[in-house]
Unconditional design. Structure first.
Length: 209
């Protein structure tokens, strides 16, 4: 299989306007991925599937990732007047980076027996701009997996023909796989509580005398 740099260069040459970013991976597998803007995701996926040297025709796994808002601290040197004298002092400033959601596709070639190429789409934030592009027109097997991500993370897949909940019921509020999700305090309704859930359920049991 070609290197990620080669694949990235060929995609950008074949899909006008597409600018991809190689996302490194610090895990033991060191498996990088390609970040694509949702506006070009469908064209990029089509190229990866149809190119004769690549033929990534199978989406084996599609999953969601939640990245919370992040605050980093950075030390900087500034010049200030201290006791009437200008001095260079060190200050700590905080920088806030807005969080976002990602849809991650693992693509393989069944025809050429290689892969994966990992393709990422990223939302603008975690609140009101959570749209990406459905790749179901290219990979039919993504249908239920994109629905699951919509259900559990709240990512909206534009172009999906049947985007509705698949695990939680209609009318359920919030998204259980988000990192800041708070479970409802209704453990008294758990039919077979055990372990940590049992301890929470006991708080709702009638007091015994």
């Amino acid at each position: 299989m070609e290197t990620f740099d080669q694949i990235k260069s060929r995609i950008e040459a074949a899909v006008p306007g597409a600018q991809l970013q190689i996302v490194p991976n610090d895990a033991p597998a060191h498996q990088p991925s390609l970040l694509v803007d949702p506006a070009y995701a469908l064209s990029v996926a089509r190229f990866l599937r149809d190119d004769s040297q690549l033929r990534f025709d199978y989406a084996s796994n599609v999953t969601g990732v939640d990245w919370l808002d992040k605050v980093t601290k950075e030390k900087v040197k500034v010049r200030k007047i201290v006791d009437g004298v200008e001095k260079e002092i060190e200050e700590t400033i905080e920088k806030k980076t807005a969080g976002y959601l990602e849809a991650v596709y693992h693509l393989y070639s069944m025809e050429l027996k290689h892969g994966p190429v990992i393709l990422r789409q990223r939302t603008a934030n975690r609140t009101d701009q959570v749209h990406v592009t459905s790749l179901m027109p290219i990979h039919r097997g993504a249908e239920f997996q994109e629905r699951e991500i919509f259900d559990l993370y709240g990512i909206i897949f534009d172009g999906h023909p049947d985007l509705r909940r698949i695990l939680m019921w209609e009318g359920f509020k919030d998204y259980p796989m988000r990192k800041d999700y708070v479970p409802p305090d209704d453990f008294e309704y758990e039919p077979t509580p055990h372990d940590d859930v049992l301890e929470l359920a006991r708080q709702h049991y009638p007091a015994t005398t």
